[in-house]
Ligand binder design. Sequence first.
Ligand SMILES: Cc1ncc(COP(=O)(O)O)c(C=O)c1O
Length: 444
Amino acid sequence: MSRNSRSLTTQVKEKLIQKGLEKRMDQLAKGTAIPLSIHHHAIPDSYTRFDRQPGYQQVRLMQDGAQRLGVESPFFHVHEGTASARSTIGTQQVINYGSYNYLNLSGHPRVNAAAIAAIDRYGTSVSASRIVAGERPLHCELENLIASTYGVDDALVMVSGHATNISVISHLLGPKDMVLHDEYAHNSILLGIQLAGAQRLSFRHNDLESLEQKLGRHRHQVERLLIVVEGLYSMDGDVPDLPALVALKKQYGAWLMVDEAHSFGVLGRQGLGIREHFHTDPHDVDIWMGTLSKTLAACGGYVAGEQALIENLRYLAPGFLYSVGMSPPVAAAATAALQILLSEPQRVSTLHARGAYFLEHVRSLGLNPGYSAGLAITPVILGSSLESVRLSAALLKQGIHVQPILYPAVPEKQARLRFFLSSAHSVEDIDKTVAALKKTLSHP
Ligand SMILES: Cc1ncc(COP(=O)(O)O)c(C=O)c1O
């Protein structure tokens, strides 16, 4: 077909569309238009009805199953007040193992005061993306403090930790690149890779031989190669071998990204994260990522690293550029929390002591804590979603709140209770919890 005849076809098509539109506009104006729904009979319900969507049907199945078995839903418990080692669910006081308030900084009077002062001065929203009119001194203060804490050039904060991973990974990588990630990597990492269109391969959890095999096989088939791991795995409470990862990334010419959502504030003597834990040079990790929503008592995510990385993201990463700047009280709360973390390392040592104490007792009961390093996250693996829901409900009746983790979040054989420890848990809290676990398990 010649270029001319193709353009003629296009012209004819355009005319027909134009004519069709004109006719319909005319019918609408005269009130003689046939409703479009008349054509909908051919479209199956499953394409149009929300109650026919597989996701909704899965939710209903779960809810109906729980009702038939007489167990209450363990999800969406409403906490009244600040959730730390103690919390109030409805009117019930509980020992709480369901929150990431690792150093008890959410609710700290200085953190609250900083947030209130920020509202008084700047209001509750910056009302624009930072690049246009949303920049406030609070943002720069927080980013400078994060960068100096890591010992790197610069940092950038975004309004969600989940969106930070998506934005950073999808902005830096594309279809000619590859990401190798631990098989337990967080959903936000996987979505970032998907959006980037990069090739994606997982390696077995914390298995660096499996990673090296993949590096050897694929490094030369792609342009950029990013390795992504977490500093402390949120389901299992274990830590990757950072020095070995650094050696591999150098050997194979790859970037290394560490998501410190759960390790910052938890690992290392002062809580400075996995680099302090292993005494790693901060420049050996290319992309430090973390969230403000856990230890740092706020909401949002951060990236820290060299100037060229942060500048690229600051000017171009869509999740930053096209999204509002962090709310003033949130930025101020995170800064205050980080200042307290830096000045009160005893919080971290208490957390480590409580974590080790809890792990020791879980083991002494003959329960399975998986790979937990006993720092702040310890699972009790039960191997049955139903048993996990049942045990969680039974513990709640005794004033202990711990979340069950069920299939499909983990394989059914790995279904578990997951305990998040806080520096505010007392030895008595843990003793009481272990006694309740023992009692409930022996008298189901
Ligand atoms: C490893 C990891 N990365 C990222 C996120 C997302 O962070 P946020 O909840 O602050 O959005 C989470 C959340 O739990 C996480 O566990």
